[in-house]
Design a protein around this ligand. Sequence first.
Ligand code: AP5
Length: 216
Amino acid sequence: MILILLGPPGAGKGTQAQRLEAKHGLVQLSTGDMLRAAVAEGSEVGLKAKVVMDKGELVSDEIMTAIISDRLNEADTKNGVILDGFPRTEAQAASLDEMLATKGLALNAVIEMKTDDDILVERITGRYTCANCGAGYHDSFLKPAVEGVCDKCGGTEFVRRSDDVAETVISRLKAYHEQTAPLLPYYRNKGILKQVDGMTGIDDVTRQIEAELQTI
Ligand code: AP5
């Protein structure tokens, strides 16, 4: 199965992708995570990307398409993937169609996580992740069972993203509305767009996505 989770920053794409990965054996391909790994390595791509990400703008289509194309050639993606953060522009969507067609594959569904902009700043500025395993948490909405200890791996160190500050979130939302939201009619016209209400609780969003997957 090949799924896209589409929605603005903070809509819950990463949270739900981790759950889909655990339940369905799909592989989460988060372009944001891949770029942050490149930044941490200090690679040439990472150095270029950091400047753009810290401004809340989009990294070039050329770089993003090359990253995803390489990743889709790896063996662990054969049983299916959840694309989290890609595509984000019409050019990326067209490249993805070409990549999949070359492999004789096609998208099964694009799930739009509908959210109002005004709650997203609170969601993003309260987010943190386990430094060891990457499990995601939130200061108010998703705390670990034992404060300061990761539910998944028992890690006790947590990190916050450098672009999770209010001013950058506003630029990221602008980029979403101007460059990514136009993909919604593109996928609606292909008949594969599904919508879930991303404003409800995390478990409820998971239930809505699972219900949509039953219709595929
Ligand atoms: P990326 O890492 O993809 O960030 P994003 O799209 O801005 O999305 P987020 O990760 O911020 O949000 P999310 O929807 O995953 O929300 P989450 O589940 O964490 O990209 C970062 C940057 O990289 C971009 O700005 C760009 O520069 C670059 N980039 C990446 N891909 C690119 C591409 N293809 N092309 C060009 N540039 C690219 O949830 C947020 C918080 O809310 C969490 O704490 C969570 O616990 C909580 N939460 C989640 N769901 C709920 C709920 N239903 N109720 C209450 N709380 C909730």
